[in-house]
Design a protein around this ligand. Sequence first.
Ligand code: SF4
Length: 290
Amino acid sequence: MYNILNFTLEELQDWMKENKESAFRAKQVFSWIYKDVWNFDDMKNIPGTLKEKLKESFIIDIPKIVEVYESNVDDTKKLLLSMQDNNLIECVLMKYKHGNSICVSTQVGCRMGCKFCASTIGGRIRDLSSGEILAQIMVAQRYLGERISNVVLMGSGEPLDNFDNVIKFLKLVNAEYGLNIGQRHITLSTCGIVPKIIELADLKNKLNDENSKVISRGEIIKSYIPYVQEELEKGSNVHMLASPLHSLLQGQTGSRKYKQLLSSANVKKDTLIQILNVILETMPQDILWN
Ligand code: SF4
């Protein structure tokens, strides 16, 4: 059995064709699902024979709300959700003047080990599929009776440690036939897996949304430098700080461009020299400054 929420429209159209059904049925099925009809039998314009085929191949995997915790300070609510395999995850609903926001989980547990975080105590149990991340928004919308317009990937799990499913989720949540939440209304929080931050930035074009604000590698470098400067002033270890920067520059040619970027980030000269020296110690010849 497949979870139909993991499917894009194109994938469901392909399934329809493989099962000798018209491709346009895929859009009809999704229009029911995203209007909160989560039972194939209730989809009125779907023929009975197709309903049977759908029931044989798919489930609509919506988690159950086990508990709701309400804040006594504001309207924030935390939903405890039970998955098909009985694992528990949480999502958090926040009401703002500009609309409803949700913080979703991307993994059951987490293996990142941030000292302040309870999600990591039992380690990572498993990744959530793209559909399981999406279903948190769907069940929360039904619970609220209102549209959710902003999404933060900051619940349990490190999104970039579940990269492929999270990228597919970003595509699904943004789709016009689905929840249609714009990329500008989605925030991905990471504890700092630098190679994956770079991969995400490089995917900018593939995410296929001209209005999206996925920051480029250059922008990451520019915004990282002031942080490095601040940390150095506090006496933090320069090698540790320079290492993510080194990763950002690795594989890049056009070192002049990055030298300019570093210069334009308003770094004090001493700091810049200190950082560059550390990078130069380990940097491959093809990206040495000139
Ligand atoms: S990455 Fe997020 S969920 Fe994982 S341990 Fe750190 S703070 Fe917790």
